[in-house]
Design a protein around this ligand. Structure first.
Ligand code: ZN
Ligand code: ZN
Length: 330
């Protein structure tokens, strides 16, 4: 069915997907050509063929070998390139509309999974045209028997979709308000900055006082204003969570401000005190004198008093520790 054509000097193959099987015209000749399919047989044809053939009432599909009767109002645009997928999606939609049970209607997850398995078996049969009559009969029987439940779940599902949409809209609105507030704040800050600068220039022009002092004063005023505004908006943010915007989010946790961190305590608040010795400023030892002055030792931050303190702590560490007590304690 495909043929070669010349486009921009290079040969380009026109595939079956771009050609109407009824009138043989292709996208190459008609750029705006649209294909329609009828869920009765899924034979695709172009829009003008559908108009021409079916405007005077239902008739048999023009594709050779297909004897199904088609109606014009059932034709719709093709969503998927692959007609098989188009058909599968339709079948799945139809089955899911009837079998719309929800997980909370079952006693256990296993029961729900078994139900889903059975539904998938039915869907598979319809898609692959296995036992179509029997499967259709089952589908019809189930639909008849469970009319009320199906309707109920339909309503529930549509309510869920609506509330989800409402929530999304509310979130969008909230984000928009926040964005606007930020823009307003930036604009105000810019304006104040310009005003402050003008003020400083005016004062300088009048020649009153020291120029450096005036500039410093101007900067300080500006800083004070911007800090005050930041504190102010911080408070606003807190109230906007609950009532400021008129939005209520259910189950939303209140955000707690983190505690300011304490300074790092390497010994876990245990004070290390010298109980058994007093550290002296000078110990008569040649090595210490050398180390105190030598750049080789001091360059790395070596501290003689730190060294002495540690040596003495080690020396007295065993005092007041009794081996017997330690052993019974552990
Ligand atoms: Zn056509
Ligand atoms: Zn057909």
């Amino acid at each position: 069915m495909s043929r070669l054509s010349l486009k921009n000097g290079a040969p380009k193959e026109i595939s079956d997907e771009d050609q109407c099987p009824v009138c043989k015209s292709s996208r190459y000749l008609n750029r705006n050509m649209r294909f329609l399919v009828n869920p009765e047989c899924y034979h695709k044809m172009c829009e003008s063929c559908v108009d021409r053939l079916f405007s005077s009432g239902p008739r048999v599909c023009p594709v050779a070998g297909c004897n199904r009767t088609l109606r014009r109002q059932r034709f719709r645009p093709q969503t998927f390139e692959d007609i098989q997928i188009e058909r599968e999606v339709d079948v799945r939609k139809r089955v899911a509309k009837v079998f719309n049970r929800r997980e909370d209607e079952f006693d256990s997850l296993l029961d729900y999974n078994n139900y889903l398995n059975e539904v998938e078996d039915l869907t598979f049969n319809l898609i692959h045209k296995i036992d179509v009559d029997a499967t259709e009969k089952k589908l019809k029987a189930y639909e008849e028997a469970n009319k009320a439940a199906i309707r109920e779940n339909e309503v529930l599902a549509s309510q869920e979709t609506q509330s989800l949409q409402a929530q999304e809209a509310a979130e969008k609105e909230h984000a928009r308000l926040r964005r606007e507030a930020a823009l307003r704040e930036a604009e105000e800050e810019r304006r104040e900055r310009a005003e402050g600068r003008l003020d400083v220039i005016n004062q300088l022009a009048r020649g009153e006082g020291n120029a450096d002092e005036i500039a410093r004063q101007g900067r300080r005023t500006l800083l004070k204003k911007s800090t005050a505004r930041r504190v102010g908006t911080g408070d606003e943010m807190d109230t906007s969570d609950s009532a400021g915007t008129g939005l209520q989010f259910k189950g939303l946790r209140r955000r707690a401000r983190p505690e300011p961190e304490k300074p790092f305590e390497p010994f876990g608040e245990v004070t290390v005190e010298h109980e058994y010795f007093v550290l002296k400023g000078h110990y008569a030892w040649d090595f210490l004198d050398t180390a105190r002055t030598s750049q080789t030792y001091r360059a790395g931050g070596y501290d003689i008093s730190e060294y002495c303190s540690r040596a003495l702590t080690d020396a007295f560490a065993g005092l007041a520790v009794f081996v017997g007590e330690e052993q019974t304690a552990t």
